[in-house]
Design a binder for this molecule. Structure first.
Ligand code: 4NP
Length: 155
């Protein structure tokens, strides 16, 4: 079982997008039972709110539902619970260590560091561009799944 927590600031735009894209990807690959996948925000600003319509509508184009997801804040205990804690931008990584403490077990990553790009995913809450967020998230999740397969975390 590989346990992955995607993390952004508000948990209404980018990290839920990554959560549901990754869930869809592993389902299509027939590997659903091998994963626990969730998302959280470093801020409590959006706590309890549903996924942003920009993310919801973008994923609907691909037949992916975000029904039932509401924003939660990252908790210190999540560090023990998950194997991979994956931020969307550098700022999230600071937020993760602020809440969880130092990354002593090397669990904290930035999503696009699994790709050749090695950069932040910009925040569509500010940019309004959910198309580029989707492209980035899809590329990051594909690279993450390839990494997990190659690294023998999976069969
Ligand atoms: P997210 O976008 O981190 O991708 O979910 C944001 C959502 C809300 C806020 C900031 C970013 N906010 O400041 O409330």
């Amino acid at each position: 079982m590989v346990k992955i927590l995607f993390v952004c600031l508000g948990n209404i735009c980018r990290s839920p997008m990554a959560e549901f894209v990754m869930k869809d990807m592993v389902k299509v690959a027939g590997m659903e039972s091998e994963f626990l996948i969730a998302s959280a925000g470093t801020s409590n600003e959006e706590y309890g709110n549903p996924v942003h319509p920009g993310t919801r509508n973008k994923l609907r184009e691909y037949g992916i539902s975000v029904a039932g997801k509401t924003a939660v804040q990252l908790q210190r205990r999540d560090y023990e619970k998950y194997d991979y804690i994956i931020g969307m931008e550098q700022r999230n990584l600071s937020g993760i260590t602020r809440i969880c403490g130092a990354d002593t077990e090397g669990k904290v990553y930035r999503l696009l560091d699994f790709t050749e790009q090695g950069r932040d995913i910009s925040d569509p809450w500010f940019t309004g561009n959910f198309d580029s967020t989707y492209e980035d998230v899809r590329e990051g999740c594909e690279a993450l799944l390839a990494y997990l397969r190659k690294g023998n975390d999976l069969e």
